[in-house]
Write a protein that binds this ligand. Structure first.
Ligand code: XMP
Length: 517
């Protein structure tokens, strides 16, 4: 992305790595996450104004521990190491990290000795100790040459360190998390005072830079964009339309796994409101046939992803000359799908990332790969897209297939659609739609006994799931009132044939995920 100022975050595998980049963007400076082992040439080519080394689960001494190229310290670009980042700096520059040190997890008090550089504006002394969040096993026991201490905690002698000549800094705590209330000041000091960045990044500048980049990549080519009706693909398509105009073809593949009436609403939206070059493909039967008898969640995702791209390729051939495929992949999709950057773990294969067939014939365009959902919504607002579209709940690419536990049939889809529609209808009419991140019904593969009108029944269970979340990475179950829940449950059991029991999912993420599969 071509921005005047860029802060590169090198990812050492912390769950917070992207949060650091996001905090920097919130301060108005563009930031991207890159793998810890990015080559020095590639790093230099990005022309960063500053480099932040993230935390990570490893010990610097461990075999295969992630180490960045030592040349990063000689680039003349300020470096800030966070937690593992601090330790790796010390390790590479001749300090000492002790793995037998006392562990420190959770809140701690930071006692500032010298309120300089990244601690500018902090007050020194124990009386003004600041709360910080720690999460480390190893600890720094000897400073590298050229470094001095700015602050300590009761367990970390070297909690904040600096080499003012080479402009290398390290903090043992996590300034990016909400549990470090003044952490944002540390980041501000680093970005604005040390790296001399100027705030200039916002949704408007993101749009401008993305349009320029898309035009450069695409040249005179044609772009295909799969539109699902979701926020991400809709914002993406509008952005692409601005970049390449009529050379954008939007394709909606109805996989037969959408919610009730959704596909027909989409057709109206895309044809009439956005006036896209719009291709609607009704492929429900193809998907159903391929999914017949398949119960395993990852297999479902792979089949859906593959079928999707094959249909896409066919349509692309029919359109002719399309070399590019745009996708609204977001950062959480990436981190939970493939360890493509740092060493974090694979949780689910989201079909628009890990499930793509390898022999795909398109070049991918993914302008939102670094962003979180709320950041995409802000881009949408700047593109004048209506709130009712931007506030729409996320919906997974594999659709209802991952909400029917077990194999998928037309009958199960119909049943689930009806239950889901009732739940969402009630949520909207109670004014709760915007208070939750997602709300949906799940069809369980069990029958239970019930009694209806003096008759014994042996029918299906519907689970209701509603969560609150900021970015989908973590979530809590929505605390609806018992009155509301009984109304929904009563309607589902009475109105949906084949359901005699409704349960409400009260699990948070983690340890559960939002979707059941
Ligand atoms: P989980 O279930 O992993 O979901 O907590 C996080 C967010 O991602 C959505 N999701 C998916 N989106 N393809 C998608 O495009 C998928 O396979 C997929 N699985 C989950 C989910 O709805 C939630 O918003």
């Amino acid at each position: 992305m071509d921005h005047k100022d860029l802060i590169v975050v090198l990812d050492f595998g912390s769950q917070y790595s992207q949060l650091i980049a996001r905090r920097v963007r919130e301060l108005g400076v563009y930031s991207e996450l890159h793998p810890f082992n990015i080559s020095i040439e590639d790093l230099r080519a990005l022309r960063p104004s500053g480099i932040i080394l993230s935390g990570g689960p490893s010990s610097v001494y461990a075999r295969n521990a992630p180490h960045p190229s030592p040349e990063i310290y000689a680039l003349g670009v300020p470096v800030l190491g966070i937690c593992y980042g601090l330790q790796v700096i010390a390790h590479q520059l001749g300090g000492k990290v002790d793995s037998s040190a006392r562990h420190e997890y959770g809140p701690a008090k930071l006692i500032v000795e010298r309120p300089a550089d990244i601690l500018r504006g902090f007050r020194p002394g124990a009386a003004h100790a600041a709360q910080v969040w720690m999460s480390h096993g190893d600890a720094l026991t000897k400073l590298p040459k050229g470094f001095s201490t700015l602050a300590h905690s009761s367990n970390s002698r070297f909690c904040v360190i600096r080499d003012p000549v080479r402009k290398i800094f390290g903090v043992q705590f996590h300034p990016e998390v909400a549990h470090t209330p003044r952490g944002i000041n540390v980041l501000k000091n680093f970005i604005f005072t040390i790296c001399r960045c100027h705030p200039g990044w916002d949704a408007g500048s993101f749009i401008e830079a993305s349009i320029a980049r898309i035009r450069k990549t695409v040249g005179g080519g044609t772009v295909l964009c799969a539109v699902s009706g979701g926020v991400d693909s809709t914002v993406l398509a509008v952005l692409l339309q601005r970049a390449v105009g009529a050379r954008l073809h939007c394709i909606h593949i109805d996989n037969g796994l959408m919610r009730k009436d959704e596909s027909s609403q989409l057709v109206r939206l895309y044809r009439e409101r956005f006036k896209f070059n719009f291709h609607h493909i009704d492929a429900g039967n193809v998907f159903l046939k391929k999914l017949k008898g398949i119960s395993e969640p990852e297999q479902k995702r792979k089949i859906i992803g593959e079928t999707f791209i094959r249909i896409f390729e066919k349509e692309a051939r029919a359109i002719g000359g399309a070399g590019f495929l745009a996708q609204g992949t977001l950062y959480p999709d990436v981190i939970e799908s493939v360890s493509y950057r740092g060493p974090s773990h694979t949780i689910k294969t989201h079909h628009n990332v890990g499930g793509l067939p390898r022999n795909m014939k398109f070049e991918l365009i993914e302008p939102f790969r670094e962003l979180f959902k709320d950041e995409v919504r802000r881009v949408g607002i700047a593109l004048d897209i209506e709130p009712f579209i931007l506030k729409r709940h996320p919906f997974p690419g594999p659709g209802l297939a991952v909400r029917i536990i077990g194999d998928i049939t037309k009958e199960k889809l119909e049943l689930l659609r009806s239950a889901d529609a009732i739940f969402n209808e009630e949520i909207r009419s109670a004014g709760l739609y915007e208070t939750v991140w997602q709300a949906f019904a799940v069809l369980l593969p069990v029958q239970t006994v019930g009694v209806m009108g003096d008759q014994r029944t042996y029918e299906n269970v519907i689970a209701l799931r509603a969560v609150t979340s900021v970015d989908g990475m973590t979530a809590d179950w929505a605390q609806f009132t018992p009155t509301f829940l009984s109304k929904v449950s009563g309607r589902i059991v009475n109105e949906v044939r084949g359901v005699n029991r409704v349960v409400y999912d009260i699990s948070s993420k983690p340890p559960s995920t939002i979707e059941w599969e």
